[in-house]
Design a protein. Structure first.
Length: 157
């Protein structure tokens, strides 16, 4: 089934454009994605199998449900309308959102903080849950992501 334009709303009611009813992956594509992650990211733990139903931004900002069918390309409305506020990494806790930006500061990825540990009195190490494109949903160290997602991270609550 081809992409269909849809929308969801931020907690403050701002409309966010989405795509939905994406064609689902074949069993071969699922197996290939799982194999790719196992080979290149062996420390990432698969939580859900690969799917085209939703992406990282939709999972982190809109809905973590398996029934989520929305693919969000630009999640910035969630913080620009005041639904979420930027916080320091030292203030970030479980369920806060983490946004990844590339070297041009373009948002490339979103995740939800699952847990954290203090490295020292000023720094934390995070474990996050995130959807990797049309690959699966993974739990991993926040810096253990495909390079295309970038390395600059910002937290929101």
């Amino acid at each position: 089934m081809p992409k269909t334009r849809g929308s969801v709303s931020t907690p403050k009611g701002t409309t966010v454009t989405t795509d939905y009813d994406r064609t689902e992956l074949s069993q071969y594509a699922i197996a290939a994605a799982q194999s790719d992650v196992a080979l290149n990211y062996p420390s990432a733990t698969e939580i859900r199998i690969p799917t085209n139903k939703y992406n990282c931004h939709s999972y982190a900002w809109y809905s973590t449900a398996t029934s989520n069918k929305h693919w969000i390309y630009d999640p910035s409305a969630y913080w620009t309308d005041g639904s979420y506020s930027m916080i320091s990494k030292t203030d970030a806790v479980a369920n806060c959102k983490m946004v990844y930006r590339d070297s041009l500061s373009i948002v490339q990825h979103s995740a939800i903080i699952y847990s954290y540990t203090w490295i020292d009195s000023l720094h934390k190490s995070f474990i996050v849950t995130s959807k990797w494109g049309n690959y699966g949903l993974y739990r991993h160290s926040y810096s253990y992501v495909p390079a295309i997602y970038g390395t600059s991270t910002t937290c929101y609550s």
